[in-house]
Ligand binder design. Structure first.
Ligand code: FES
Ligand code: FES
Length: 198
């Protein structure tokens, strides 16, 4: 029986460590320099290199909004954006919106309105809602629903998320709807969803 000796790798050589380069990021008011591969997403940079795990990885494909953060005040899906492209930006994550002693108005409203169940989508929902407020476009419930539609909540906490966001918009004088939005007030009526026609 012949015996085969393999002295060379059969395939391409085993990959060596990915080349890294310094990337300077300004996150939640603090400057950081990371040594990362140039294809590292902002989401992975936050979670894996800076331990800012408030930003969640849901789909990693831009479909769920769990990874939403603010870049120069605008909301983006951090799973779709390379960290290296944000060297000159101000990045804000859920950890930078408020503190344990002083929550941001949205963070407080989410608690007051019980606007979460498992909480996995919540940091993205809050960052997205902050971006929505910064944009100043949403003036009605329907517009809030539409402009928050990129943030999926598997627990279906949408009615309470909506009332939390509406309360903050109302308190900041950004909407004029004549309705009581504070927690404990009557929740907004949600139109029943028609089942799909067969
Ligand atoms: S993890 Fe980024 S959109 Fe889902
Ligand atoms: S609270 Fe569970 S996914 Fe939204």
């Amino acid at each position: 029986m012949s015996q085969r000796f393999i002295q060379q790798p059969l395939g391409p050589p085993a990959p060596t460590l990915a080349p890294t380069q310094p990337v300077s990021l300004h996150i939640n008011g603090q400057a950081h320099t990371l040594y990362i591969a140039p294809w590292t997403t902002l989401l992975d940079a936050l979670r894996e290199y800076l331990d800012l795990t408030g930003t969640k990885k849901g789909c990693d494909h831009g479909q769920c909004g769990a990874c939403t953060v603010l870049v120069d005040g605008k909301r983006i899906n951090s799973c779709l954006s390379l960290a290296i492209t944000h060297e000159d930006s101000r990045i804000q994550t859920i950890e930078g919106l408020g503190t344990e002693d002083k929550l941001s108005p949205l963070q407080q409203a989410f608690i007051d309105h019980d606007a979460f169940q498992c909480g996995y989508c919540t940091p993205g929902q809050i960052c997205s809602a902050q971006g929505l407020i910064n944009e100043g476009k949403a003036k009605t419930e329907a517009e809030v629903r539409e402009l928050m539609s990129g943030n999926v909540c598997r627990c279906g906490a949408y009615p309470n998320i909506l009332s939390a966001v509406m309360e903050v918009l109302h308190n900041e004088g950004l909407i004029m709807e004549d309705k009581a939005w504070s927690a404990g007030a009557t929740e907004p009526e949600i139109a029943p969803v028609e089942p799909p026609k067969k």
